[in-house]
Design a protein around this ligand. Structure first.
Ligand SMILES: Nc1nc2c(ncn2[C@@H]2O[C@H](COP(=O)(O)OP(=O)(O)O)[C@@H](O)[C@H]2O)c(=O)[nH]1
Ligand SMILES: [Mg+2]
Length: 409
């Protein structure tokens, strides 16, 4: 029996869908895609091929697109899109037009006049997933791929879009079916994938690192040094930085968002600086680089700030190492590393420590197929939960896979 369609799904299937595949704005060409029943009829009415009729699979046709009043809108290339060759797994049509913003808009409008509905990329993915053209893993890989921040991430998500993680799950299931893997071993393998998932998740979800510490500790200087540019103002006056300032850097192919913040100090007469400290205290981040340019215990403000975070999320760093070498006491009192943002000493070690603590293997080491989003992590957890009892019949295992991922591979 076919499951009931949600209102969103039935709307997506009721009309044909118009999707701008290329980004908004001016470009050499733009590509508009059409999916669903009614797209062929619409093309038959508004596309006038130079010769012949609509192209067959594997063909491309040049012609003129006209609006409902019969006025030419643009000269376009039309080609059918096979499901097996389509990024979404949906069959459809591609219409390549001249890439001006106005022209593309008019091309899309010509299809709206013929009964189509404009859809975002997310809506096309919803449609593809709801009719089983794309599974949840490949869908999420696609979403990560088009917004990949680094080449390493793009390579990884392309592999997942091509089915690497799906194949790994399929292989595990077949090994159980063929008696090569016991249910307990299957659980171990899945558990291991779960345990290493952070390294795959961090390729697509940038680690947010807050640079914090007392006023004048050297936060903004370090921020600029890691960015390799003079992005923020540095000065010997305490209270220079007031806002939270974010920029993205790359560490071994992982995207990392650095956040510079106002220094923490006991009393400040400046209300704007006090607001800045409030922002620093409430900043959303995954990890903290806690900078200090002196020895000695943290102030009550610093202690209260640090108590918000588990120790595993804090890396204490001694700054201005060029002025006086950090004494062994400073390093044993919590700071693991001494740096000089001015001379660059210790910065490679700092990047390496960030990678080891919170990211994953270095770029030369390939990351295997793992759950690579928070959503997939939850699905793996649910799968493991439903496989938690002793010996399991293969049918139960299959059912658990279907329940968590919507399909078997
Ligand atoms: N010698 C030396 N001075 C530094 C270093 N880092 C920062 N400073 C100086 O310390 C002062 C405060 O730096 P800043 O980055 O604005 O500190 P923030 O208030 O923590 O952002 C400035 O005069 C910087 O030039 C360093 O590594 N070595
Ligand atoms: Mg600053």
């Amino acid at each position: 029996m076919k499951p009931e369609l949600s209102p969103m799904e039935s709307d997506l299937q009721a009309r044909f869908n118009i999707h701008r595949a290329t980004a908004a704005g001016a470009g050499g060409i733009a590509v508009v895609e059409l999916f669903g029943d009614g797209a062929r009829a619409a093309l038959e009415r508004c596309f006038r091929p130079r010769r012949g009729c609509l192209p067959e699979a594997g063909e491309v046709r040049l012609g003129v697109l006209v609006d409902a009043a019969g006025r030419p809108v643009d000269e376009v290339l039309v080609a059918p899109l096979r499901a097996s060759e389509s990024w979404s797994g949906l069959p459809g049509w591609t219409v390549s037009c001249h890439g001006g913003a106005v022209v593309t808009e008019q091309v899309m409008e010509a299809f709206v006049e013929r009964g189509g509905a404009r859809r975002s990329t997310g809506e096309i993915l919803d449609l593809a997933e709801s009719i089983g053209a794309l599974d949840c893993i490949r869908r999420q890989a696609y979403e990560r791929l088009i917004q990949a921040y680094t080449p390493r991430a793009a390579r990884y998500f392309l592999k997942q879009h091509q089915g690497a993680l799906c194949r790994r799950l399929g292989d595990l299931l077949r090994a159980v079916e063929e008696g090569e893997l016991a249910a307990a071993e299957l659980r171990d393998r899945l558990d291991e994938m779960l345990n290493f998932s952070n390294e795959a998740i961090r390729l697509g979800a940038p680690l947010r690192v807050l640079i914090a510490g007392r006023a004048n500790a050297g936060k903004s200087t370090l921020f600029n040094a890691l960015l390799s540019c003079e992005r923020v103002v540095v000065s010997p006056l305490p209270g220079t930085t007031r806002d939270l300032i974010e920029e993205m850097i790359e560490i071994h192919g992982y995207p990392v968002v650095l956040i510079d913040s106002a220094g923490l100090r006991e009393e400040s007469a400046d209300p704007v600086e006090r607001l800045g400290m409030e922002l620093a205290r409430s900043a959303s981040c995954d990890a903290v680089l806690y900078l200090s340019d002196h020895e000695g215990p943290p102030s009550p403000e610093e202690r209260a700030f640090l108590e918000r975070f588990p120790e595993s999320q804090i890396l204490r760093v001694r700054t201005k190492g060029d002025l006086e070498p950090a004494s062994p006491r400073a390093l044993t009192s919590g700071a693991l590393l001494s740096i000089s943002a001015k001379s660059g000493a210790g910065l490679p070690e700092l990047r390496e420590m960030i990678r080891c603590l919170w990211l994953g293997p270095p770029e030369r080491v390939e990351i295997p197929p793992l759950p690579f989003t928070e959503d997939l992590l939850r699905r793996f957890e649910r799968l493991l939960e439903s496989l938690s009892s002793g010996e399991l019949h293969i049918d139960v295992i299959r059912q658990a896979f279907i329940k968590c991922f919507g399909k078997l591979w």
